[in-house]
Design a protein around this ligand. Structure first.
Ligand SMILES: Cc1cc2nc3c(=O)[nH]c(=O)nc-3n(C[C@H](O)[C@H](O)[C@H](O)COP(=O)(O)O)c2cc1C
Length: 410
């Protein structure tokens, strides 16, 4: 009974507003502010939900809202709200408002910018297959060394409320394992998006010999050289040694002609951003990926009065929410300092569509997810895509290029 009554009111209301809706459809006003009007404190101050959500709207609730709207807001606002309310029923009319996440990166097309971060969910061919079959736009292999490595003793990865700490010690199956996987996949699925391949040698020579192998192979994807992992004991990792970084890149680009990006650790000083960007701008790099884990954090279990990972007396790389501001700063710093041909991949602290949006605003082209993928599994890609699309639609963006890099200053 209540349902029929609501439907009746709804019908009358639609008839009354029909003309207004038509006017709206013909307008090019796309700020999309009212997608979530029921949660907007500006209209309904009795709600405390400010976050962006697309609520399920029952017919009854819809009718109640329409009546309330009629009294509470201006005619113009009403038109916007009605349009949004009926968009479930008239989805087809909204097709040209729908945000798409399609991303061009190094002459390759991806359905969306999301991928795993190297080291997470990419150690075995089974995990790589799962990524390939997930909603991720692309995927990357585990950083490989020449030979397989067992890595450090366990426990070596711990998930904590705001992120993770790890001291894995680069366990991996060796370059041949991953190379044969990607070559095989390339042959089987020639039209699939280009794959990313990560290498992390323990010395320059090891890196050079692995890159030679990739150069000489049929691999037609993108190679990522991880310059942010331990090198010679007692020396900093390569990318914290600016001279060694330049020397490495000189030797790499003397023979390596395929698209190559580098994975960088976080920097915390403007002088370091400047010096590093100046070096990188000298080379035909395809991209930089910022950031690797924030190095050598310590997480403590107060009950046990103990560290939580075994290697290195508990010191380990930090990922997740802890590192997002550092990651955003590094993405922004390199985006604004590098030649525009050198793209930036944003990695660090991405767990929601909002985090992804922030990385894109800072200038990221692709987005990698580590800690949160480890926590949620590959389902995260569907969720985060939807969240990013919802934010874009609420803001009236239909493609990422409309806001990428356009972070406002005050
Ligand atoms: C378990 C684990 C293993 C990782 N292994 C690698 C690796 O092999 N190569 C690499 O470049 N980064 C590695 N990383 C760093 C991640 O790729 C990523 O840069 C970092 O975790 C920050 O992203 P997040 O905040 O989404 O976790 C690893 C991270 C974790 C948590």
């Amino acid at each position: 009974m209540a349902q029929s009554f609501s439907l009746l009111i709804l019908t009358l209301f639609f008839a009354h507003q029909y003309v207004c809706i038509l006017i709206h459809f013909s307008s090019d006003f796309t700020e999309g502010y009212f997608t979530n009007f029921r949660y907007s404190p500006k209209i309904f101050h009795h709600t405390h939900h400010h976050e962006i959500k697309k609520p399920y709207i029952s017919v009854h609730a819809l009718a109640k809202d329409l009546i309330r709207l009629n009294f509470e807001v201006s005619a113009y606002v009403r038109i916007r709200c009605i349009y949004r309310l009926v968009n479930k029923q008239t989805a087809s009319i909204e097709t040209n408002m729908t945000a798409i996440l399609n991303t061009r990166f190094l002459n390759n097309s991806y359905e969306n910018p999301f991928m795993n971060a190297s080291g997470v969910h990419c150690m075995t061919t089974e995990e790589l297959d799962e990524l390939a079959n997930s909603k991720a736009g692309a995927f990357i292999t585990k950083s490989s060394t020449t030979l397989e490595r067992a890595g450090n003793p366990e426990p070596r990865y711990i998930s904590v409320p705001l992120g993770s700490i790890n001291s894995m010690g680069l366990p991996n199956e060796g370059i041949d394992y991953y190379l044969s996987y990607v070559l095989d996949r390339q042959e089987k699925y020639p039209n699939a998006p280009a794959i990313f391949f990560s290498v992390a040698g323990m010395s320059i020579d090891e890196n050079l010999s692995m890159l030679r192998k990739i150069q000489d192979s049929e691999f037609n994807g993108v190679t990522e050289l991880n310059l942010s992992c331990p090198n010679v004991p007692g020396k900093p990792q390569v990318a914290y040694d600016f001279d060694l970084t330049r020397e490495t890149l000189e030797r790499v680009f003397a023979f390596f002609k395929k698209p190559l990006g580098i994975k960088l650790p976080p920097y915390f000083d403007f002088a370091h951003f400047d010096i590093m960007a100046k070096i990188l701008n000298e080379f035909p790099l395809a991209y930089v990926n910022s950031i690797n884990s924030v190095g050598n954090g310590l997480y403590i279990d107060v009950d046990k009065e103990s560290v939580v990972v075994k290697p290195k007396n508990g010191f380990g790389g930090i990922g997740g929410e802890y590192v997002k501001p550092t990651a955003l700063a590094n993405v922004r710093a390199f985006y604004t300092r590098l030649r525009p041909e050198i793209k930036v991949i944003g990695t660090g602290g991405i767990k929601s569509g909002k985090d992804a949006f922030e990385h894109l605003l800072c200038g990221a082209s692709m987005l990698q997810i580590g800690t949160e993928l480890q926590k949620e599994g590959v389902e995260i890609f569907g969720r985060i895509e939807k969240e990013l699309k919802d934010i874009m639609e609420a803001k009236g963006y239909t493609s990422i290029d409309q806001f990428r890099g356009k972070l406002n200053s005050l």
